[in-house]
Design a protein around this ligand. Sequence first.
Ligand code: SF4
Ligand code: MG
Length: 321
Amino acid sequence: AEAIIKVENLRKHFPIQDPLPFKKSTQSVKAVDGVSFDVFRGETLGIVGESGCGKSTMARLINQLIRPTEGKVLFKGQDLAAMGPKEIRDSRKSIQMVFQNPYASLDPRKTIKQLIAEPLEIHKVGDKASRLDRVRELLEVVGLSSYHADRYPHEFSGGQRQRINIARALALNPDVIICDEPVSALDVSVQAQVINLLKDLQKKFQLTYIFISHDLNVVRYMCDRIAVMYLGKIVEIGTYEEIYQNPLHPYTRALLSAVPKESPYDKKERILLKGDVPSPVNPPSGCHFHLRCPYAVESCKSVVPELKQNGDGQRVACHLY
Ligand code: SF4
Ligand code: MG
């Protein structure tokens, strides 16, 4: 399959302000710390990990909301950082985002019509009448009646607001939508509806999704491939089947063991990890996971494991393989 996005050795380090102004800070938060992967056209790639692992920073890097410290994001073979203003505008149309909080991301003073037409106005698509037609069409596409166009966000439920956000993201006919925890703020019953909508839209418009979540239960209904992140790095990446049926990395196994069991006969043991996720300011040496890993050996403290292919299966960053 064709890679629509290629991420190459991407790093984002945020310098920490030193309390003494005359001293130059040498510390930084290593939010994304050397990550490479491809996103194939038409797939849903899940990026999974606990909060603080760098998922949202990665989303913002791919969408050019922030610039990388090092490394590249290629969109259709072109380096986003090296693009001129026109290409940047075009790529902005092609890569859209849906954020977690459907309450915060819609301006309460604007009508639904204004909110959905906004990206069209910014990119000077069509005239006023054609934009209104497009808004009505988009509302129907996301399962809301066009009759709602003159209402305000507060008149809608959380699930409906997320549909409005999705309509906004679709307005410019993007190739890729990055969904950053799109259903985390919603009730479980509403989550399923929004996920089914995203799946239907993917088929209808040949969309590629990057689906960011801390919730492996949500990801399993959505994703073709899954990348597991821990402290700024991908520790395992593979197909849905590989990750769920044969998780290799001890961290992936622990995450999966925390997902509620499907039947009482499920023999899967809950793996409890020691301690919390360490700070990304001074991540542990060697394997970032060694302080919490039940299988850690001496070399794990000093040698960084590379993300390597394991047989025909997934890629994993662990000295056990
Ligand atoms: Fe555990 Fe070592 Fe593998 Fe890291 S490299 S996950 S510490 S066994
Ligand atoms: Mg986040």
